[in-house]
Write a protein that binds this ligand. Sequence first.
Ligand code: URA
Length: 239
Amino acid sequence: MKESLRLDRYVASVTDYSRSDAKKLIKSGDVAVDGKVLTDPSQAVAADAQLEIDGQFVRQAEHRYFMLHKPQDYVCANRDRRFATVMDLLDEDNLDRLIIAGRLDLDTTGLVLLTDNGQWAHQVMSPRTRCYKRYRVQLEDPVPESAIDRFAKGVFLEQEKRRTLPARMKLLGEREALLEICEGRFHQVKRMFASIGNTVVGLHREAIGKLELDSALGEGEYRSLTEYEVAVVLSGTLE
Ligand code: URA
């Protein structure tokens, strides 16, 4: 089956329109798909549908999007004086133009997204869109069931005045959990567990929004995202 996605997401992903502007545009009858005007922003369209806005054909902006399986000991930065950076793993031109859409710590492994599309990167990272990132966490001490509720309510991280946004946790074993968070505060996962008296000893990011790390990518390997993946990473998120 051909991949499909909501029309308003499709418009926002191939243009500079925000999701809410895309909705207005669609409702006002200015958007046609494969030659037919569609006015319902929630209508599903094929990911490769031919889009027209105000009678003009719109092509996917020529942005670059990559997923990387980050190994330990690579820093998420464009340059670093002490450590190798994730950019050292990419065989691409104009690396300076790439933005890391959500950094991982030096010792964290897993999914890192890189792009030269600032708006997309912002949507992936902003807590406002509620784009959840899923981490597999190894802990020094057993995690009590009660931690699930505490994280769901939000916890106070040291030196911070605002609780963390609701997080979802599933315990996989005594000392292993899957944690989904939609913010990227400094060392957030480690500090959340510190707030309940535990220590993270292993951290791996498995997914960002609906996008899972491709299991065919070994540590240090990367690939381009498909057009569908570019759009789907934000599906199910808010504006
Ligand atoms: N939270 C952390 O503590 N570290 C990471 O690398 C990512 C999330």
